[in-house]
Design a protein around this ligand. Structure first.
Ligand SMILES: [Zn+2]
Ligand SMILES: [Zn+2]
Length: 248
């Protein structure tokens, strides 16, 4: 097997007992990215320039807030807010008629609902939406995650032991199963894609059914008639279902 910096983490993840190896990879990347952000990286000018510009999504602000480095987070928030205030002032001062009822911008607000093509012309909203939608950590994770997906298909094509590893696994969460079907159609040729779907679709169906049955037994265990019966695999059926269904 040809190894590079991406093949080892992909292979290792598929050796884990998990409802979705790709979620597992994603969570590892996320943890590394949060540690990186709250490590010395936020003092580096080029990184700080980017975080000042786009900031983070609410999910990743929450994750960083759970960590211990309050000063690091405060410094990043402070200069990001400085940049937002500076840009907002610029936009407002270059659109002097923003508050006027007769202004063209007011008309965009009013007519935007019926005319979606003009909806984004409000410069304040379009700037704020860009800030709100951007996330330095999401971008950082996505770049590496894309390479992991390419590596998945590289290994699928070139390494039979990897195909066996995937075949013996528990399938994927819904989001990543869908992603693999889409990416597979782009990265595999026709025969390879047919072979791929013939293997992964039955695995996915079998494992979704398994989770359904494990949840069913979890529910039945609330019935006094079954309270002394063994739990089997159902004790943690809820967290595993959440991972399978919602990548949580
Ligand atoms: Zn997943
Ligand atoms: Zn994010």
């Amino acid at each position: 097997m040809k190894e590079n910096i991406y093949t080892i983490p992909v292979i290792d993840t598929f050796k884990e007992d998990t409802e979705c190896p790709l979620c597992h990879l994603y969570m590892k990347l996320e943890k590394e990215s949060i540690d990186f952000m709250l490590g010395p990286s936020y003092m580096e000018d080029d990184i700080r320039m980017e975080t000042n510009k786009i900031g983070f999504c609410s999910h990743h602000y929450g994750k960083m807030y759970e960590e211990k480095n309050r000063l690091g987070l405060a410094l990043m928030l402070h200069t990001h807010l400085e940049e937002i205030n500076k840009n907002l002032s610029k936009i407002i001062s270059s659109n002097k008629d923003l508050n006027s009822k007769s202004s063209s911008i007011f008309n965009v607000f009013k007519t935007g609902k019926n005319n979606p093509s003009t909806k984004n012309e409000n410069p304040i909203s379009s700037y704020l939406n860009k800030v709100y939608e951007g996330c330095y950590i999401c971008n950082k994770i996505d770049n590496t995650f894309k390479r992991y997906i390419d590596t998945f298909f590289y290994l699928w094509k070139s390494d039979e032991s990897f195909v066996s590893l995937v075949s013996e696994g528990k399938g994927f969460c819904l989001k990543h199963f869908s992603l693999l079907l889409e990416k597979g159609s782009q990265l595999l040729n026709k025969n390879q894609y047919t072979h791929f779907t013939q293997i992964v679709i039955p695995i996915q169906q079998k494992n979704l059914k398994r989770i359904e049955e494990e949840l069913d037994w979890f529910i039945q265990k609330f019935d006094y008639r079954f309270k002394d019966e063994p739990w089997g695999n159902s004790k943690d059926a809820i967290p595993r279902s959440l991972l399978k269904i919602a990548s949580l």
